[in-house]
Design a protein around this ligand. Structure first.
Ligand code: BGC
Length: 252
């Protein structure tokens, strides 16, 4: 099935392959989100097979937008964070399309997809100008949007701030690994945000990733100058952004 005004998005993460059809008028899923465990090892063909299973389960026969935790250029994965290293150099767009009977596919970075979704339907929908979304998870993902246009593959999780890559300083996984309190972790996040705001001067930061659910415990502790707001779409942002990308023909 594929319906007018609906597009299909799939978000590939370290633990789950999640997807669904999205109503592009509202940014909401039109049915329950479908989730399949990410195959281990998460090699390209194994993940593509999981994607095909998910699409079949949803009974969707139209084009599909898909995220990967990778830099994507012309459909090719150029990096692979938290997913099997065999992805580096893989033509992901071709692989997914071949596995889905030649249908149209677009592939984009996971944080870029979340940024598209939050910018249009979520936390940043009322902000004009530069929006910088950061996802705090195993690493730090980033999305830069200027008046709704995505500057793809920004990879600010790997920018050095204070002599350390931002994701090595302030990913949510660092809080868990080092047993940091919210106060201690928020100090590291502040260092990262101050470094980023001094370079990019965004109108607003959107904080995504699982830890954004606890936003009231750490956003008030931040000491940077730019407003920080928690993501609204939570665990559907990647799916919604992937659906937006295939609909709008965004193909980084
Ligand atoms: C990767 C990004 C990804 C982010 C979140 C980073 O380590 O380099 O491409 O968006 O993790 O998954």
């Amino acid at each position: 099935m594929s319906a007018r005004g609906h597009a299909f998005g799939i978000d590939i993460g370290g633990s789950g392959v999640k997807g669904g059809a999205v109503d592009l008028a509202t940014g909401e899923l039109v049915h329950e989100r479908i989730k399949i465990a990410t195959p281990q090892p998460s090699t390209p063909q194994a993940v593509a097979d999981a994607v095909a299973k998910l699409v079949a389960q949803a009974d969707w026969d139209g084009p599909v937008g898909i995220t990967l935790p990778s830099v994507i250029l012309d459909g090719v994965a150029r990096t692979a964070a938290n997913i099997d290293k065999a992805w580096v150099g893989t033509d992901a767009r071709k692989l997914f399309s071949d596995t889905l009977d030649g249908r149209e596919v677009t592939v984009l970075n996971d944080a870029d997809a979340a940024g598209l979704a939050e910018d249009r339907y979520g936390a940043a929908k009322d902000f004009a100008g530069l929006v910088l979304l950061l996802t705090f998870g195993t690493g730090i993902g980033s999305a830069l949007l200027y008046h709704g246009t995505l500057v793809a593959n920004s990879e600010l999780g790997h920018l050095e701030v204070g002599g350390m890559e931002t994701e090595h300083r302030a990913a949510a996984s660092i809080k868990d690994r080092d047993g940091l309190s919210f106060e201690q972790w928020a100090a590291e996040v502040s260092t990262v945000l101050i470094g980023l705001e001094n370079l990019f001067w965004p109108k607003v930061f959107v904080a995504g990733g699982g830890i954004s659910r606890d936003a009231d415990q750490w956003i008030p502790l931040l000491t940077n100058r730019t407003q920080v707001i928690p993501a609204h779409l939570r665990n559907t942002a990647g799916i919604v952004g992937a659906a937006m990308a295939i609909d709008a023909g965004i193909a980084p």
